[in-house]
Design a protein around this ligand. Structure first.
Ligand code: CTP
Length: 402
């Protein structure tokens, strides 16, 4: 793997494991550049880190030689992934609040790459509500987390706080490099364990004849990302999908369908579920009399295309006898987004509507700016990658069940 990691070694007894990590990564063809925090340098030396990484070790924001050599902005962009190990409560608190007052935190704040935090601290510090809030904030902002592990700590206490082992960290790094942004396999809290989530995604295809159909531009990316994020949080996920060109995320049960009527029937069969998320761009109409033979062009008239209305899957499941506890619809709008979303909330009988403006690059694109509309609140989210937006929605759903 011809990849580069920027490793920030924080101040903790587990810092010695980060020296092993450099070697394990090197064996897997991943080069490491190290930033050693002031705290970190109390536990391991720049000499050891530099000897193992075969590179200069960066330690102080105001070192003018460093800045001339490679400034903190350049440093923050020089790798494919930033790994913080050990991630101390202090480093995470600063990063979560955008505090940038030394080289490590300035780099974390300036980077355009994803960050993997590998926490290590006393169990009480890990369980502290402030630390947990910071972990949540960083997760919502798109950070990966690995651990901490349960076990006996250097301070003699027992619980969650031990840093993950170097081999496990290297596995996680490789997974991220292979594009597994679902965090699958990276341990973390599983707040949706025991919950069944049913999701529809992609377009539907309504046949005109065996070779022609009516459809739309939905790529399925947003629905698939949501399915992946929920599976990562421990949910059992059934994804009922129209034809798309992407693979199902790990740990998700995929049911492939073509038409709106097939999608409805697959959803009804998948019930009961705790949550239903209707992300699919279901075709509102289908050709009335689809032909089972290819319609030939040599007939004298252009064939008329008359349409019949498709079932509304969201509305049907919202009113079902075994209605899921939480029903979430999507609203693709090009104007008056919130107004239309509020109208859809009551028309479809769902609990939340995730509205987005599809006048830009949303359909088929990789980003989304969502507005979450509930009966008493409107939350506008920033423009995020579809993966990050998915994680944020998954966290919101988990909170609903906590
Ligand atoms: N939906 C559905 N079945 C349909 C049409 C839509 O389940 N036959 C769901 C979508 O998955 C989405 C929500 O309804 O969660 C809103 O879809 P949207 O296309 O925005 O709304 P429509 O009901 O089609 O209304 P309009 O086209 O007038 O905006």
């Amino acid at each position: 793997m011809n990849k580069r990691v920027l490793l920030i070694i924080g101040g903790g007894i587990a810092a010695y494991k980060s020296l092993f990590l450099i070697r394990v990564l090197a064996r897997r063809g991943i080069t490491t550049r190290v930033i050693l925090t002031k705290g970190g340098s109390e536990f391991v030396t720049a000499l050891s880190a530099g000897g193992l990484s075969g590179d200069k070790v960066y330690t102080d924001l105001f070192d003018l030689t460093d800045e001339a050599d490679m400034g903190h902005i350049e440093l923050s962009r020089s790798a494919d992934l930033v790994v913080v190990a050990p991630a101390t409560a202090d480093l995470m608190a600063k990063a979560a609040h955008g505090i940038a007052n030394d080289l490590a935190t300035t780099t974390l704040s300036a980077t355009d790459k994803r960050t993997l935090y590998v926490p290590a601290m006393n169990v009480r510090m890990w369980e502290n509500p402030a630390t947990q809030r910071n972990v949540k904030t960083l997760t919502e902002d798109g950070a990966f987390f690995l651990g901490p592990d349960e076990g006996e700590m250097a301070c003699g206490e027992f619980g969650f706080g031990r840093m993950a082992e170097p081999e496990e960290i290297a596995d996680a790094v490789e997974k991220i490099f292979k594009g597994d942004t679902t965090l699958d396999g990276l341990r973390g809290p599983k707040p949706l364990k025991g919950k069944h989530v049913l999701i529809t995604a992609g377009p539907t295809r309504e046949p005109i004849d065996p070779v022609r159909y009516l459809s739309n531009h939905s790529s399925g990316k947003q629905g698939y990302a949501i399915a992946g994020a929920l599976a990562t949080m421990g949910a059992k996920v059934t994804l009922v999908s129209g034809p798309v060109a992407i693979d199902a995320p790990p740990g998700v049960d995929l049911v492939k369908v073509e038409t709106a009527r097939e999608m409805l029937s697959a959803c009804e069969q998948a019930l009961p579920a705790n949550v239903f998320i209707s992300v699919a761009a279901v075709a509102d109409w289908r050709p009335n009399n689809s032909s089972n033979k290819k319609i030939k062009k040599d007939q004298s008239d252009i064939p008329p295309l008359t349409l019949a209305e498709n079932p509304d899957i969201l509305k049907t499941l919202s009113g079902a006898r075994d209605r899921p506890d939480l029903v979430i619809g999507f609203a693709a709008e090009t104007n008056d987004v919130v107004k239309h979303a509020k109208a859809k909330l009551s028309k479809k009988g769902c609990d939340w509507i995730v509205a987005n403006d599809v006048s830009g690059d949303v359909m088929g694109g990789d980003h989304n700016a969502m507005i979450l509309v509930t009966s008493n609140d409107v939350e506008e989210w920033p423009r995020l990658t579809k993966q990050d937006a998915a994680r944020r929605l998954a966290i919101k759903i988990a909170e609903e069940f906590s």
